[in-house]
Design a protein around this ligand. Structure first.
Ligand SMILES: Cc1cc2nc3c(=O)[nH]c(=O)nc-3n(C[C@H](O)[C@H](O)[C@H](O)COP(=O)(O)OP(=O)(O)OC[C@H]3O[C@@H](n4cnc5c(N)ncnc54)[C@H](O)[C@@H]3O)c2cc1C
Length: 401
């Protein structure tokens, strides 16, 4: 077993406790569990249920509603630990939505709705795993969405199509983003957009929601869907945030989320490096361990150094959040997300090379780590869009998105 030194970052007693408790839960799921679920494209229900049972899926829900009331500095520890424990980015992505989609509800739903659903979400009796923003013609340019929600008495009537809606098969609710005013009628393309909380069972029983799983090769632990909505009726009280102002409401908190995704990538890199070092230290070719060759050792050492450096930025940013301006957090969070996903991918690639032919055998897991890390450079935000943001906001160059 590899003996890589990782623990340099000082943790508060609360962070230590989170690391220990999450580690205890993760210990119940071995490498074979993740491997088999990936191979069979099966959702890790047992893992998600155990987290829910211990209240971890309600991490962001304030304590007054029965949640964990956790800060970003605590969330980075939790998600890094899950990824590093063996599940990697695929495991964190399987439960990330259940935690982070509660946030717009906490921050923008009516008090009545919050009192009705937050305690149930905190206890894990209900989950809200899915966000429906992306459409076939609106990915990076999310304000190009065309799905319409039109007011009819005390309901909205929704028509349109979504794509890449993750985990809709395991979610009680879908947080749907739709246009309540056509783009042609607003001054700024970010206006006229609203968020609605859709009860998935109700939508299906209306015959208003159809979904089809997308056959994909990365993060197989959770499914993503094409979704068709036809004359879907949603009660007006399920509006989350202000009507027409939903895009801004959705953006609130997105930076914190990006930072946590960076922590997931760091945990993923640690896992890839641990696995590769373990193999490099054992496998003998030409009568010596392959780890004694610099062409094997150096890419792993480099991935290790970059992982340590990125972790410092992520943890320091998480600590400073409250004292920074929104744009400063945006620059640091996008930079962290960009760099950490780059490192996760490079670390997994170095691990595959270390394993030689076994690098692509499922049995050794590193091929899965490479497939999953590749997605981190595309979604939820692509590397180019992160660079565009930093190019404009930090370098002062013209906006290009
Ligand atoms: C597995 C998976 C799960 C997902 N889950 C969800 C989900 O749950 N909910 C949801 O709403 N969405 C989800 N998404 C969608 C995801 O957010 C989008 O895929 C992502 O935003 C990119 O959009 P796109 O795929 O349409 O690419 P496009 O927008 O078509 O872009 C294609 C390429 O062009 C580049 N590009 C575009 N414009 C520019 C520019 N101005 N400058 C430089 N480069 C540019 C992009 O970076 C990208 O490389 C998921 C996607 C995947 C793959």
């Amino acid at each position: 077993m590899a003996n890589v030194s990782w623990d340099f970052t000082p943790l508060s007693s609360e962070q230590e406790l989170i690391k220990r408790e999450i580690g205890r839960i993760c210990d119940e799921f071995d490498a074979e569990y993740w491997r088999e679920h990936d191979k069979n494209k099966e959702y890790p229900h047992e893992f998600a249920d155990l987290l829910a049972e211990h209240g971890w899926l309600g991490a962001l829900i304030p304590e007054e509603y029965g949640g964990g009331g956790m800060t970003t500095a605590e969330m980075v520890v939790m998600m890094e630990e899950i990824a590093a424990s063996g599940g990697g980015f695929g495991a964190t992505q399987a439960i990330h939505g259940a935690i982070y989609t509660t946030r717009p509800i906490v921050e923008h739903a009516s008090e009545e709705l919050k009192e009705e659903i937050l305690p149930k979400l905190a206890r894990g009796e209900l989950t809200i795993q899915s966000l429906g923003l992306t459409e076939p013609n609106a990915g990076s340019e999310s304000t190009a969405i065309e799905t319409k929600a039109e007011k009819d008495g005390d309901e909205y009537v929704v028509n349109g199509q979504k794509i890449w809606t993750s985990r809709l098969d395991v979610s009680d609710f879908l947080l749907l983003v739709a246009r309540t005013k056509p783009k042609s009628e607003v001054d700024k393309k970010t206006e006229g957009i609203s968020m609605l909380l859709v009860d998935v069972e109700d939508a299906k029983s209306q015959g208003a929601l159809e979904m089809k799983s997308i056959d994909k090769t990365s993060t197989n632990l959770s499914s993503a869907f094409e979704v068709w909505l036809e004359d879907l009726r949603v009660p007006a009280e399920n509006l989350i945030g202000e009507e027409h102002n939903g895009f801004y409401n959705l953006l609130d908190g997105l930076n914190d989320e990006r930072l946590v995704i960076a922590a997931e990538c760091i945990g993923h890199s640690k896992l890839a490096i641990d696995r590769a070092v373990g193999y490099a230290d054992e496998r003998e070719v030409f009568d010596r361990r392959i780890g004694s060759n610099q062409s094997i050792q150096h890419p792993l050492a480099e991935a290790y150094m970059r992982t340590l450096a990125a972790k410092q930025t992520v943890y320091a940013t998480a600590e400073m959040m409250e004292d920074l301006e929104r744009q400063q957090v945006g620059i640091l969070a996008n930079s962290s997300n960009y760099i950490a996903s780059e490192i996760a991918c490079d670390a997994a690639d170095a691990a595959v090379q270390t394993f030689g032919g076994f690098g692509i055998a499922r049995e050794y897991d590193v091929e899965r780590l490479l497939r999953d890390a590749r997605l981190a450079k595309i979604a939820p935000i692509s590397q180019q869009l992160a660079l565009n943001y930093v190019g404009e906001k930090a370098l002062g160059l013209p906006r290009s998105f």
